[in-house]
Design a protein. Sequence first.
Length: 326
Amino acid sequence: MNRADGVERAAQQPPILVQNLTKKFGDFVAVDNVSFAVNAGEVFGWLGPNGAGKTTTIRMLLGLLHPTSGSTYVLGLNSATQTKAMHGVVGYMSQQFTLYNDLTAAENIRFYGMVYGLAGRELRQRLAEIIHMAGLDGREDTLTRNLSGGWKQRLALGCAIVHRPKVVFLDEPTAGVDPISRRDFWTLIYAMTKEGVTVLVTTHYMDEAELCQRIGFISGGRLVAIDTPDNLKLTQMRGDVLEINAANPDLAMRLLKEAQRRGQFPLDEVALYGAQIHAVVPSAGAYREAIHIMLQEAGVEVRSIERIAPTLEDVFISAVNAPVGG
Ligand SMILES: Nc1ncnc2c1ncn2[C@@H]1O[C@H](COP(=O)(O)OP(=O)(O)O)[C@@H](O)[C@H]1O
Ligand SMILES: [Mg+2]
């Protein structure tokens, strides 16, 4: 395909397009016939448990790994066959962000700028912009190894977008970073999208999942749900969530798990969130009182037991546990 075709295709296509994508490692299916599209300027959360196939999908989108079948397009460019052209217009930040620890913050940016062909005034200008964006003013000459996690992470993002990519892939960019730095990082993500950048991001933090405009949820290589966070909560929950506040949550958890095993209650899921227990039941009205009595009779002081709106985590647990094909 010539360049003009590519440009034309880019104008018609969403910036990220995944079509019937499958990746097998031997007999193991890591990504199983996945299709989705991400719209221009969108923050798309690509979520799922460990080993679900998130990174494998991203590696195929970046053309670093060839699909067993199916195809991916980024800005209209086929990841597998137009990889080089695509790399010029995408940014990628992985969990092991690739910064040079023995270079200063500014040197890292300059290095990546030069890799992408920036030079002279353009490079100096971009360097200043990125230092400012990352909040690194005054730390330009600090050795990267001496920057704390949050600074390093923002510097890594800066290096990943030094060439002004139109699509950015962020694979667990905030893993292990403190909550305030994570919040700052999301401010940067949204600042990018205001400039028309499309972002695909993976995260394990549910507060961050809530910040995504749309979420694709992958489990066991299969795309199980794709929608806005609010719609996922409305459509993906099988049952109601009861939040149980007990004086002894550990004991209450044990009792509930036992009751679940015995089939005493049709508990879809019981999980601890901090000190609160979330139990998913077919209907709050039918089971709230019965669970209360069971716990109380076993010696647990129940402070409250209320139906609550599901969190995204409840939704994901429910989606993962859904019967295959359901
Ligand atoms: N190169 C590989 N060879 C064999 N198995 C792999 C390879 N890369 C990933 N996998 C397996 O594919 C599954 C999905 O991995 P990955 O995409 O990294 O998951 P995630 O990023 O969602 O945690 C995992 O079970 C992983 O062990
Ligand atoms: Mg991964």
